[in-house]
Design a binder for this molecule. Structure first.
Ligand code: NAP
Length: 277
């Protein structure tokens, strides 16, 4: 499994697991827990969740999936923007830790930018680092101007990552955010790497995948994994999907396949507003 290194030297698998919408349907619970556990077995040990997902139900499901294996997992959660003030951040983090059944997060992200000034959020996050509640912090859904403002805020340069919508059909960040992150040795976390399964219906992607003996999901993931400094976090609530996705880590793209994917899904020709879900 390819690994990606944070600026502090910590490395994580380039292929992790998302959990949005997990824990919401009791009938799917056992399958979802089984899928996450199988993913850990297969080396997808980075797990991404958020206080928002299922209003905490996703974090509780993750707790069950990683029970007895906390040390094998790189655990990521996110705080709502309205909880990212110095007054509310500590309580929000404590609630996530309780739901996750752990005493420390490996990475804690501001889910998107709200009305709380960055200076306040950074101060609150740094207090959580000092208190040993989180090992590092980052952001999500910040555009290039937001990132410049964050880095101009005292302590803001400590942001470990920006988690962004990134997949074959959504390549806008290649214009600015991705090269800027690389210059800073800051990994980017690619969310919705198979475009919430929409990419799987693309006939041309399917044809190309068939040619190389892969599935469309595997080719879409292999393309994300081929990018330096990018961590992909597909969500799969079924063991079969997890196993299929894990095998994407073993696919090596040739220059010819890269060029044909570029022709089908062109890179940006200029700046564009940040796409978010
Ligand atoms: P995604 O991972 O691109 O797609 C998930 C969908 O694809 C699910 O319906 C899943 O179905 C299906 N799927 C997965 N593997 C498959 C396979 N091999 N074959 C067929 N279908 C497959 O979309 P996402 O969940 O939006 O994004 C991934 C993670 O990123 C989220 O779960 C979340 O952790 C994070 N995220 C963050 C933000 C943010 O604002 N920071 C926003 C969106 C997402 P099954 O569940 O049935 O397997």
């Amino acid at each position: 499994m390819k690994r990606v290194t944070f600026a502090d030297g910590t490395d994580v698998p380039a292929l992790g697991q998302g959990t949005w919408m997990m824990g919401e349907d009791p009938a799917r619970r056992e399958d979802e827990i089984g899928a996450l556990r199988r993913g850990i077995d297969l080396g997808m040990t980075l797990i991404d969740t958020a206080e928002m997902y299922g209003a905490g139900a996703s974090e509780e499901l993750v707790a069950e999936a990683i029970s007895g294996r906390r040390d094998a997992v790189f655990l990521v959660s996110k705080v709502y923007p309205h909880n990212a003030s110095t007054g509310r951040l500590a309580a929000a983090c404590e609630a996530s830790l309780r739901r996750l059944g752990t005493d420390c997060l490996d990475l804690y992200l501001l889910h998107w930018r709200g009305s709380v000034p960055f200076s306040e959020t950074v101060e609150g996050l740094e207090r959580l680092v000092a208190a040993g509640k989180i090992r590092r912090w980052g952001v999500s859904n910040l555009d290039a101007a937001d990132m410049a403002e964050l880095r101009g805020t005292a302590g803001g340069e400590a942001a470990a990552t920006n988690q962004l919508l990134y997949n074959l059909s959504c390549r806008g960040i290649e214009w600015d955010l991705l090269p800027e992150a690389r210059d800073l040795s800051m990994p980017v976390m690619a969310y919705s790497p198979i475009d919430q399964a929409r990419l799987l219906g693309d006939a041309e992607l399917a044809g190309l995948a068939r040619e190389i003996g892969a599935t469309p999901a595997q080719l879409a993931l292999a393309w994300v994994l081929d990018r330096p400094g990018v961590i992909a976090i597909p969500k799969a609530g079924r063991v079969t999907h997890v196993e299929e996705n894990a095998a994407a880590a073993g696919i090596v793209l040739t220059d010819e396949i890269r060029a044909r994917l570029d022709a089908l899904f062109p890179p940006p020709a200029g700046p564009s507003p940040l796409a978010i879900l």
